[in-house]
Design a protein around this ligand. Structure first.
Ligand SMILES: Cc1cc2nc3c(=O)[nH]c(=O)nc-3n(C[C@H](O)[C@H](O)[C@H](O)COP(=O)(O)OP(=O)(O)OC[C@H]3O[C@@H](n4cnc5c(N)ncnc54)[C@H](O)[C@@H]3O)c2cc1C
Length: 105
């Protein structure tokens, strides 16, 4: 029987929506699991790791490390439009005039 460790490569599958799912069946060895590598999670995970803790940082999507929009800080705004990285949020504006006038976004 093989022993799992924190360096095991997780299993990646594609679900019925065409989205990649990563399955971790063993979190042994990790002291912290941080979900989301945004302004909060990224620095938190980095600081914990700098202090010598074993940290698993999970970020949505796949590896975009070789994408120039990811690599070049000046391309930050391009990255928000990059179809490989963007979240397709949308806003549904109210049809009611008074409600619409109260929120001018
Ligand atoms: C256009 C814009 C401009 C802004 N400008 C400024 C500014 O100039 N100065 C300032 O101080 N603040 C600014 N903000 C606000 C700032 O970006 C947020 O307050 C900050 O990013 C919030 O940090 P967070 O870690 O809570 O969330 P986020 O930074 O949004 O991080 C959340 C992370 O979780 C990931 N995630 C989501 N779901 C999952 C999942 N299921 N599994 C794994 N990962 C997941 C996301 O991909 C994301 O990386 C701006 C925000 C916007 C939208």
């Amino acid at each position: 029987m093989s022993q799992s460790s924190a360096t095991d490569v997780p299993e990646v599958t594609i679900n019925s929506m065409g989205t990649k799912e990563v399955e971790f069946d063993n979190l042994e060895g990790y002291e912290y699991v941080v979900v989301g590598s945004g302004a909060g999670g990224g620095p938190l995970a980095a600081n914990l790791a700098h202090k010598g803790h074993k940290v698993l940082l999970l970020e949505a999507g796949d590896d975009q490390g070789s994408n120039l929009n990811q690599q070049v800080p000046a391309f930050h705004f391009r990255s928000t439009e990059d179809e490989n990285m963007r979240w397709d949020y949308f806003v549904k504006h109210s049809q009611m005039r008074l409600s619409r006038e109260r929120t001018r976004k």
